[in-house]
Design a protein around this ligand. Structure first.
Ligand SMILES: NC(=O)c1ccc[n+]([C@@H]2O[C@H](COP(=O)([O-])OP(=O)(O)OC[C@H]3O[C@@H](n4cnc5c(N)ncnc54)[C@H](O)[C@@H]3O)[C@@H](O)[C@H]2O)c1
Length: 257
């Protein structure tokens, strides 16, 4: 364990902390000595907490349930004394999510927007209320996406059954501007809020898709989960004490071309 960034007294809640990106973030925070609460309903959450050591804890949480969210932050402050950062890396969606544009229903759209954008709002709100009452404030990091910044490039899905869901573009653009709102509203209380917008993360996707995606990316590859960790550590730590309301694209240059 290395206190590389002054995080040894830091308490962080990571929603979706057992996922593809979230598990790397939980590990990165734990490596820097932070107390980490993995807020994730999957069994992988408790397995990861066991693996990462005594200062990593799993709280089985469905972030789309407001009562569970309130309990998450009550428990965190009760057990660990404070909350310095919230990292929202959960990816809640219903079973219709991922349908092509023509097949998305009004109800399906509403539910997915509510599950994802709604839970990012409510976790941010509940964390902010705790952080406002601490002299040191706190830091909120929400996960956006390159598709919250610009329109999808559908040519990368040519020849595959994959698509970029229409809800995703609305949700992620919403997350980026929700985060700006939080930064503006909470800035005077010392609570910072920023977005990280990753490009596509490699997860053994269809080979044709990967090739086509890489061809569109200045750095010539998809992101690896580990690429996302450094910017998160920067945003939760005192390296970024005057950075708020920003969206950092971690995309190998995708959004500049
Ligand atoms: N993977 C990518 O290519 C990519 C690219 C850009 C942005 N993102 C964003 O990064 C974030 C993480 O994505 P990921 O790829 O790691 O997703 P993932 O599906 O691998 O992991 C998501 C995690 O969220 C958890 N989760 C799902 N529903 C939940 C709920 N109701 N309550 C609490 N936790 C819940 C899951 O158990 C899982 O551990 C998301 O916001 C996603 O939109 C991902």
């Amino acid at each position: 364990m290395t206190d590389c960034l002054g995080l040894s007294d830091h308490v962080s809640v990571v929603t979706g902390g057992a996922g593809l990106i979230g598990s790397s973030i939980s590990r990165g925070l734990a490596d820097c000595g932070a107390t980490v609460v993995i807020a994730d309903p999957s069994d992988a959450g408790s397995e990861l907490a066991d693996q990462l050591g005594d200062h990593v804890h799993h709280i089985d949480t469905d972030v789309t349930d407001p009562n569970a969210v309130e309990l998450l932050f009550e428990t965190t402050v009760k057990e660990f004394g404070r909350i310095d950062s919230l990292v929202n890396a959960a990816y809640p969606r219903n079973d219709q999510y991922g349908a092509k544009f023509e097949d998305v229903t009004f109800e399906g759209w509403n539910e997915n927007v509510s599950l994802h954008l709604g839970s990012y709002f409510y976790t941010s709100k509940c964390a902010a209320l705790k952080m406002q009452s601490q002299p040191e404030g706190g830091s909120i990091v929400n996960f956006g996406s390159i598709y919250g910044i610009e329109a999808p490039d559908f040519t990368v899905y040519d020849g595959t059954s994959m698509t970029s869901p229409v809800e995703y573009s609305a949700i992620k653009a919403g997350v980026i501007n929700l985060t700006r709102y939080l930064a503006s509203y909470l800035g005077s209380d010392g609570v910072r809020a920023n977005t990280i917008s990753p490009g596509g993360v490699f997860d053994d996707q269809n080979e044709q898709f990967v090739r086509q995606y890489e061809d569109q990316t200045p750095m010539g590859r998809m992101a690896m989960p580990e690429d996302i960790v450094g910017p998160v550590l920067f945003l939760v730590s005192d390296l970024s004490t005057f950075v708020t309301g920003q969206d950092i694209a971690v995309d190998g240059g995708w959004t500049i071309s």
